[in-house]
Design a protein around this ligand. Structure first.
Ligand SMILES: C[S@@+](CC[C@H](N)C(=O)[O-])C[C@H]1O[C@@H](n2cnc3c(N)ncnc32)[C@H](O)[C@@H]1O
Length: 181
């Protein structure tokens, strides 16, 4: 169950982390601000480990669970032929479009509130990106998130997942393992 976690215990809640954040919008915004401190090296890795430049002109990338758009901003600046739709919970994306830096072409980075546990509303995008989204959820929820994409996928669409792969327990130094988990 997603609501049985250290986070729930620490916050004396029976909600899952993101339901709890939804009820505390200031904390949801702070969480999003923390997400945006992601390392430039990690963003660069994302921009080089997939052939974004090979996507046809005017392709749409849907950034599922994209927070306030820091990843889409980065990719939009590097790949001017692409447009981005950032999806996240309403309290997370609130006001995000207005806060995009001047250097980003606002016409190419849009935001829509969307709960990824419901059917994907954007049909026929070239790419559905999930960066650091699935690692928050147990497998059964990941399956639900991914299944919700299926009806919107056109032939040749890509689902790009950028995330950590966990090694089996006990196969690496304890400190490293604690950090990863
Ligand atoms: C670990 S953050 C990753 C953010 C961003 N993709 C990145 O790479 O930094 C997970 C994101 O999933 C979003 N999220 C959680 N539950 C969601 C839901 N039901 N629907 C849409 N987004 C959700 C959170 O608000 C958060 O922005």
């Amino acid at each position: 169950m997603a609501n049985i976690s250290g986070y729930a215990l620490a916050n004396a809640t029976s909600l899952n982390t993101f339901q709890f954040l939804s009820q505390h919008p200031a904390r949801a915004q702070r969480f999003a601000a923390a997400m945006a401190t992601t390392s430039p090296a990690s963003l660069d890795a994302l921009s080089t480990h997939f052939e974004w430049a090979q996507l046809p002109a005017n392709s749409t990338v849907v950034d599922v669970g994209g927070s306030r758009g820091h990843v889409s901003q980065h990719l939009a600046q590097k790949f001017p032929q692409l447009s981005f739709i950032v999806q996240d919970l309403p309290e997370v994306i609130e006001g995000a479009k207005d806060k995009l830096p001047e250097t980003v072409d606002k016409g190419r980075v849009d935001f829509i509130a969307h709960d990824m546990f419901t059917a994907q509303p954007v049909q026929g995008a070239a790419v559905y990106l999930l960066r650091y989204v699935l690692h928050d959820w147990q497998d059964k929820y990941c399956i639900e998130i991914l299944r919700n994409l299926i009806p919107s996928l056109k032939a040749g669409a890509k689902v790009v997942i950028r995330d950590h792969l966990l090694p089996e327990p006990g196969t690496m130094a304890l400190l490293q393992e604690m950090q990863m988990r």
